[in-house]
Design a protein around this ligand. Structure first.
Ligand SMILES: CC(C)(COP(=O)(O)OP(=O)(O)OC[C@H]1O[C@@H](n2cnc3c(N)ncnc32)[C@H](O)[C@@H]1OP(=O)(O)O)[C@@H](O)C(=O)NCCC(=O)NCCS
Length: 161
C-alpha cells in the first residue's frame, strides 16, 4: 500500500462501511488519520494484474497494534476490505494469506479481529485462514441506534513460538 493508493483504499473502505456489517465506523477517515492509526508494516493492496500498471486496487489489509505494552508487541489487530466489484473471487483470501506470512516472518504471534455475527463472508474468510472464535462480545456497541454483538477471533501463529 502506497500513498498513491490512498483514494482507492479509502473508497473501498467507505464501500465496506456502507454495508453496515463491517464496522461500528460509518465514515472512512482521512488518509492522514488512516495512516497514523496503522502500522507501516504489513499494509497491502491487491492490484488487478490485468489493469494498466497494476494501479487498480481491488482490496486492502492493514493492522494496528493492540497495545503499546511490550508484552503485547507481537499482537496486532487487522482490517480487510475488498471492493464490491471484486468480492467472492479470492482477493480477501490472498490478502489475508500475504498478511499472515508477513506478520509471522516478523515475529507476530497473534492476529485478532472483531467481526459482526451477521458478516458471514468475513467469518468464513477468517475461519478458513485459521482464526478461531474466542467468544461473542454481546451488545458491545451501537450502530445506527442498534446494539450489535461482536465476534472476537484470533489466529495464534503455529510457527512463532
Ligand atoms: C469480507 C471480505 C473482505 C471477503 O473478501 P472476499 O475477497 O470477498 O473473500 P474471498 O473471495 O477471498 O472468499 C474467502 C472465503 O470467504 C467465504 N465467502 C466469501 N464471500 C462469501 C459470501 N458472500 N457468503 C459466504 N461466504 C463467503 C468463502 O468461504 C470463501 O472461500 P471459498 O469460496 O474459497 O470457499 C469482503 O466481503 C468485504 O470486503 N466485505 C465488506 C467489508 C468487510 O466486511 N470487511 C471485513 C470487516 S470484519
Amino acid at each position: 500500500m502506497r500513498p498513491q493508493d490512498a483514494d482507492q483504499v479509502l473508497k473501498i473502505y467507505q464501500d465496506g462501511l456502507d454495508t453496515g456489517d463491517a464496522s461500528f465506523e460509518t465514515t472512512a477517515p482521512t488518509w492522514d488519520e488512516f495512516d497514523a492509526a496503522r502500522l507501516d508494516r504489513y499494509r497491502y493492496v491487491a492490484a488487478d494484474p490485468a489493469a494498466a500498471a497494476s494501479t487498480d486496487v481491488l482490496g486492502w489489509i492493514a493492522a494496528s497494534p493492540v497495545s503499546d505494552r511490550c508484552c503485547y508487541a507481537g499482537v496486532v489487530e487487522h482490517s480487510i476490505y475488498v471492493s464490491p466489484r471484486a468480492r467472492g473471487r479470492g482477493v480477501g483470501a490472498a490478502l489475508l494469506a500475504a498478511f499472515i506470512a508477513a506478520t509471522e516472518a516478523d515475529g507476530v504471534w497473534t492476529i485478532q479481529t472483531g467481526i459482526f455475527p451477521e458478516n458471514t463472508p468475513s467469518l468464513r474468510l477468517h475461519a478458513k485462514a485459521g482464526f478461531r472464535t474466542v467468544g461473542v462480545r454481546e451488545r458491545l456497541g451501537r450502530l445506527h441506534g442498534r446494539w450489535r454483538d461482536v465476534v472476537l477471533l484470533e489466529r495464534r501463529s503455529p510457527v512463532v513460538l
